[in-house]
Design a protein around this ligand. Structure first.
Ligand code: DAH
Length: 339
């Protein structure tokens, strides 16, 4: 039996050498020290021993058990340490390496310029108004002094939902909504999308953006219109920007004007960009027609107002020297990243 005990201890040591993970170690422990283990099996034979042999063998058996337990504990500690080391190695972070830069998006040039324009007007005490893109004929045309057979409608053909519901061709209809709902003094801008049945080319798109402005109060004159436009253009394009008004016709303003800015390219000398004019056309404007005021329940004998409508794309293109409107809609990152 003494021999058997010594063999077990030798066998345990040899097996322990080969073990490389904790599960194998546990299996070995059960195999030797478990209830049905090899050492236990030997101890069960103790009853066959003589009274003199028993304490000697008993002592030896205890020592063997303690030795094996200690060896297993050592091995477990070794394996755990190795495991922890491996994990540390795998999770190692070199804090001195340069980080991965997240790519931060930015505003589309149309939105960037729109925000800029909004800021300028908010600074002048304007509110921002909104109107529906799917609009009644009445607001888009009729209330603006464009009855059904008016020839100016031809230049603003659009997409009709029914005979009298359409996709708005201009933001001017918001003027009517605002005047119906609010008494003067009124000072608003109304930015938004408009639609026309135009084919796409370098300067046209069936969907584009306008910004409408409307001021109605007692004693508003053309001088207020010019002052406001001058301020807007100087803030947008710099202090040496000059504007010019040309007589024009819009059914909803009287008098009406087309507003040009000094050509950025040639500074007024005349070049291919301004077609030799020295100025480029930017927007339409005028004094709100008395009939339009009346349509909205505002007395033109007491109040007067000015209005203008500008194409946002045109402002963006002038600002950044973009010569093809389609670039603004194609979402080509190589283009958009430049702004
Ligand atoms: N709505 C006009 C257009 O789309 C632009 C315009 C002209 C707006 C004169 C105005 C204005 O408010 O007074 O062509």
């Amino acid at each position: 039996m003494k021999q058997q005990l010594q063999n077990i201890e030798l066998m345990a040591k040899a097996e322990l050498e080969k073990i490389s993970d904790l599960a194998e170690l546990e299996n070995l422990r059960i195999k030797i020290l478990g209830k049905k283990g090899e050492l236990t099996a030997i101890l069960k034979q103790m009853s066959a021993l003589t009274a003199e042999e028993r304490p000697v063998i008993g002592q030896l058996a205890n020592k063997v058990r303690q030795d094996i337990e200690a060896d297993i504990a050592d091995k477990a500690a070794q394996l755990k340490a190795a495991l922890a080391q491996k994990k540390l190695q795998a999770e190692k972070i070199d804090v001195t390496l340069p980080g991965k830069k997240p790519s931060v998006g930015k505003l589309h040039p149309i939105n960037a310029v729109l925000n800029e324009v909004k800021e300028i007007f908010l600074g002048m005490g304007f509110d921002i108004a909104e109107g529906p893109e799917v609009e009644y004929d009445y607001y888009n045309f009729e209330a603006l002094n464009l009855p059904p057979d008016h020839p100016a409608r031809d230049t603003q053909d659009t997409f009709y939902v029914t005979d009298n519901v359409l996709l708005r061709t201009q933001t001017s209809g918001v003027q009517v909504h605002v005047m119906e709902n609010k008494k003067p003094p009124i000072r608003i801008i109304a930015p938004g999308r408009v639609y026309r049945s135009d084919a796409v080319d370098a300067t046209h798109s069936p969907i584009f953006h306008q910004i409408e402005a409307l001021v109605v109060d007692k004693g508003i004159t053309m001088a207020d219109l010019v002052g406001t436009l001058d301020m807007l253009m100087k803030r947008l394009y710099g202090d040496d920007c000059k504007i010019r008004l040309r007589p024009h016709h819009f059914p909803f303003t009287e008098p009406s004007a087309e507003v040009d800015v000094l050509c950025f390219n040639c500074g007024g000398k005349g070049c291919s960009m301004c077609k030799g004019e020295g100025y480029v056309e930017l927007l339409g404007a005028g004094m709100v027609h008395p009939k339009v005021l009346k349509n909205c329940g505002i007395d033109p004998e007491v109040y007067s107002g000015f209005a203008f409508g500008l194409g946002l794309e045109r402002i963006v293109m002038r600002k950044y020297g973009i010569n093809d409107m389609r670039l603004l809609y194609e979402n080509d990152m190589r283009f958009l990243e430049q702004f």
